[in-house]
Design a protein around this ligand. Structure first.
Ligand code: CA
Length: 381
């Protein structure tokens, strides 16, 4: 390859690889003790109500697709009108398991493909499954066509904490998928188990030849990073960096900058303790593991991650927005020039927030958790 053939993305990746190790190892901030602000800088409008919604994602035309954990999928207009999408396959709806994330193909306007995750019933439990299908609309109805299973977790598990978050790389050439530890913590350090990993796949489900363990057997060929617990947030920043958040046990929710081949330490280290109170060694005691950029003790129970871009909130350009289940609100993360992160805002909404997305017009949309949950649109005051 000659020098002129280097793509901007490759040059950026090379630059990030040269970032001094010290920048990654700076002492992380505990944002858990920072108070929430009850005065919010946005107007909140309740657009529609759903039962146990789990994820939202915008289509290029401004409508959104929304999952309900029980196994229902909807198209929703900006005015809140909904159309059920038929053809959702069987879902293991139990505890944290169910129909999970949905993401349009980066080329959706041309191919109409939706990617989605669910926990599928089987083997006395459920297996996380990544699938894609073509959204077909006619006569006011919508359904999934030409479904294809791209990846299926083996073996199945009974435990919750499935993960299931989908993120496409900015160039659209790779799909990243979080897999939770399914409440079997030690498996997060087992390189032959999918649990506790972030996977990187080609959009057709095949293994990219440039993954950290490319050519190795089984799940290793797909593994991008390991040592994760309960990851319900995954998104690319404007600078091309991949960020993930995950729920800790009692304390120790984490925001992590993800690097290929990284090991994020669960369950060997955590900035939280077991629910029993039994201590877990802190990240600082084991520098061979990647430490979080920000952590929360006490926890916020982070759910949903979206980077802000748009005209509604000019001061938020490039910030990350995180929903809080336990925090019952919204967190804004700002990024420093050296790539480190800090909690810039934490707003109390008095509602468990399950997911967050940014609309094409720059409004921020969130869904509440549970039955009778609101789909909320946030705009500048
Ligand atoms: Ca960790």
């Amino acid at each position: 390859m000659n020098r002129s053939a280097l793509s901007p993305a490759f040059a950026l990746a090379a630059l990030l690889a040269l970032t001094p190790v010290g920048a990654r190892c700076a002492a992380p901030e505990n944002a858990g003790s920072l108070p929430a602000d009850g005065t919010v800088p946005f107007a909140v409008r309740r657009v529609a109500t759903f039962d146990r919604p789990w994820a939202i994602a915008f289509l290029p035309d401004g409508r959104l697709v929304l999952t309900e954990k029980a196994g229902r999928l909807f198209l929703v207009t900006q005015a809140g009108a909904r159309t059920a999408i038929d053809g959702v396959p069987a879902t293991y709806d139990r505890g944290q398991n169910g129909l999970l994330d949905v993401a349009p193909s980066p080329d959706f306007a041309r191919n109409g493909l939706l990617y989605f995750t669910r926990v599928a019933p089987g083997d006395g439990g459920g297996a996380l499954v990544l699938a894609r299908a073509r959204l077909e609309e006619s006569g006011g109805r919508a359904r999934l066509r030409d479904q294809k299973t791209l990846w299926r977790q083996q073996p199945a598990s009974r435990g919750g904490q499935p993960g299931g978050i989908i993120a496409f790389s900015p160039d659209g050439r790779h799909l990243f998928l979080t897999v939770g530890d399914r409440m079997e913590p030690d498996t997060a350090q087992d390189p032959d188990a999918a649990r506790g990993k972030i996977l990187r796949l080609n959009p057709d489900g095949s293994a990219p030849p440039d993954n950290p363990m490319a050519g190795r057997a089984g799940i290793r060929a797909l593994t991008w990073s390991m040592g994760h617990r309960n990851p319900y947030g995954l998104a690319f920043a404007p600078d091309g960096a991949l960020w993930e958040h995950e729920m800790g046990p009692r304390g120790g929710d984490e925001l992590n900058r993800i690097r290929p081949g990284g090991n994020y330490g669960w369950p060997e280290v955590s900035n939280g303790d077991q629910y029993s109170g039994w201590p877990i060694p802190r990240h600082a005691t084991r520098p061979e593991f990647d430490a979080p950029s920000v952590y929360w003790t006490p926890v916020i129970a982070p759910a949903g991650l979206a980077f802000y871009h748009g005209p509604q909130f000019p001061a938020w350009q490039g910030s990350a927005l995180i929903g809080g289940l336990r925090a019952e609100g919204l967190v804004r993360i700002a990024f420093n020039a050296d790539g480190t992160a800090r909690q810039a805002d934490r707003w109390a909404l008095g509602r468990r927030i399950r997911d967050v997305a940014v609309a094409p017009d720059g409004a921020v949309w969130v869904i509440e958790d549970g039955d009778g949950a609101g789909l909320l649109r946030l705009t500048s005051k």
